[in-house]
Design a protein around this ligand. Sequence first.
Ligand SMILES: C[S@@+](CC[C@H](N)C(=O)[O-])C[C@H]1O[C@@H](n2cnc3c(N)ncnc32)[C@H](O)[C@@H]1O
Length: 306
Amino acid sequence: MKIVLYGAGKRGRSIYNFLKSQGLERHIYGFCDKDAKEIDIIDNKKVWYLEELKEKDLVYCITIADRNKREEIRKFLSNKQCIEFGDLANIFHLDKIKFNRDFCAFYHLESMEDYFQSAETTLEVFWDPTSIFYKMFQRLDKTNIVELACGRGRHIPQIIDKAGNIMLVDILEKNIDICKKRFGKYSNIKYYKNSGNDLKELDSNSYTSLYSYDAMVHFELIDIYFYLLEIYRVLSPGGKALLHHSNYHADYKAGFGTAPQGRSFMSKKCFAYLSYRVGFNVLEQQIIDWGTDKKLDCVTLIEKPF
Ligand SMILES: C[S@@+](CC[C@H](N)C(=O)[O-])C[C@H]1O[C@@H](n2cnc3c(N)ncnc32)[C@H](O)[C@@H]1O
């Protein structure tokens, strides 16, 4: 199969680099882009205009994240074979959930320096006293708190004076190392690079609360289920978790590779269902806008019963 990555922008290149990191670049025939002339070649792969691609057996994977543009391109390619990013896992006989999880981590490592920098100055959404996050955060017992998917630790300065012990967890070694340097002077912070869907190095019934902001929105629904099982295990009875997750349920095929703002397929009700099945009481849920995308996300507060 000869795969053409439709879109040679940031996301398209990152998908290519990810496939290369998995030793799969030989299956990529090239890129297709309206700016083919200017870009021309990426890592020895030609960037073509669509009209130039004459071979019949090409398969097009649209790498453009913008929902409207994707629809336009899909119509434009209606007489050709088109696949989703996640379908690449089928083609390569890989676990689709792991494929999406690994790409999400890869993208954070390779293409998100600008995000991590600007994130340091965009804190109001979480920490302004009128925000939903702030109000729900006040309901957590911070004696022994976990931050899941902590990134570079931008939330820690907001809570360090109010917290007892803090456990910072992230899938990326680089982010954990940056946090270790940044917060080296605090003896009450511990660090854990995890696998991406478990908390196996954390003791059971040991933490008073856990929170995760701007990260679980990208996680695969099945990984969220495994995380909820683990969060239930590590919280002490009465412990609460405050979780910012996706409410994007328009397209079950959506994943980090292609959905609006990299949201995964999830809904407020589905999250409540998973939490309840795991054993939690669902205390509060609030649907929120994210940027210009209305009702894209949800913030959920759950409690492990006594
Ligand atoms: C958009 S950043 C947000 C970081 C932080 N929560 C913040 O608000 O600044 C998402 C973070 O999730 C981490 N991440 C991605 N997939 C993960 C997974 N499956 N498990 C744990 N962390 C993950 C990334 O490494 C990154 O640090």
